[in-house]
Structure formats: C-alpha cells, structure tokens
Design a protein around this ligand. Structure first.
Ligand code: DGP
Length: 116
C-alpha cells in the first residue's frame, strides 16, 4: 500500500477546501465529495494511518478517537434516532481509493445489505 501524499493531507493543511462538520484535537470530519446517502461524511485522523491493515499497536488510541468522532458526527447530524453505518474500506477489494484511513459515516435512509 502506497504511503504517498493523498488528497486528505491537502485537506488537513487547508490547501483543498472541504465542508467541515466536526474537528477536535485528533480528527477532522467533512462531507464526502461524492455522497452515497443523504448524509455521507468522512472522519479522518489528523495523524496519518494508511488503513486498518497498516495500523500498528501504537495507533490503537487514535483508531478509537476516529470511532468516537464518527459517533459525535452522527449525533450532530441527527442520525442517532434512525441509525447509521460506519465503513472503513481497506485495500483494493475493500474499495479503498484514498490511501489515508477514513471512516465513512452514512445515513439518512435505510441502507442495503450486503453492500455489493
Ligand atoms: P474510499 O473509496 O473508501 O477510499 O473513499 C474515499 C472517499 O473520498 C470517496 O467516497 C470520495 C471521497 N473524496 C475523494 N476526494 C475527495 C475530495 O477532494 N474531497 C472530499 N470531500 N471527498 C473526497
């Protein structure tokens, strides 16, 4: 898996604009450019991890922060009452297109399963 710079590093540095919805010390969350549901937000850690497969033991706390940030985003966007889906695509077969770990927060409609 490539460790080259991705679009998300540029977003973090403010070089590329994003529609920010949440930020804390550890994470940034912004609207996905190509929404697949009425609400589709990406949560990224501020320190780069390529994906779950590449995460190390030292990343355990930051991975937890991503999940807690995703929960905060879902609550902020009013998804708690009806539910939502959190997705981490990993590698080629997982459909990962940006090599910077991100949690998709999807909601606002009933989501199908399996995802295809
Ligand atoms: P994945 O396929 O799981 O790696 O998801 C990458 C997501 O990133 C995809 O849903 C589209 C989104 N994306 C790609 N480029 C940009 C961008 O420049 N801005 C924003 N907001 N989202 C982007």
């Amino acid at each position: 898996m490539s460790n080259n710079e991705t679009i998300f590093e540029k977003i973090l540095r403010g070089e590329i604009p994003c529609k920010k919805v949440f930020e804390n010390e550890h994470c940034l969350a912004f609207h996905d450019i190509s929404p697949q549901a009425p609400t589709h937000i990406l949560v990224i850690p501020k320190r780069k991890i390529v994906n779950v497969m590449e995460a190390g033991d030292e990343d355990a706390q930051l991975l937890g922060e991503v999940l807690l940030a995703a929960r905060s985003v879902a609550k902020q966007e009013g998804l708690d009452a009806t539910g939502y889906r959190l997705v981490f695509n990993n590698g080629a077969d997982g459909g990962q297109s940006v090599d910077y770990l991100h949690c998709h927060v999807l909601g606002g409609r009933a989501l199908a399963w399996p995802p295809g």
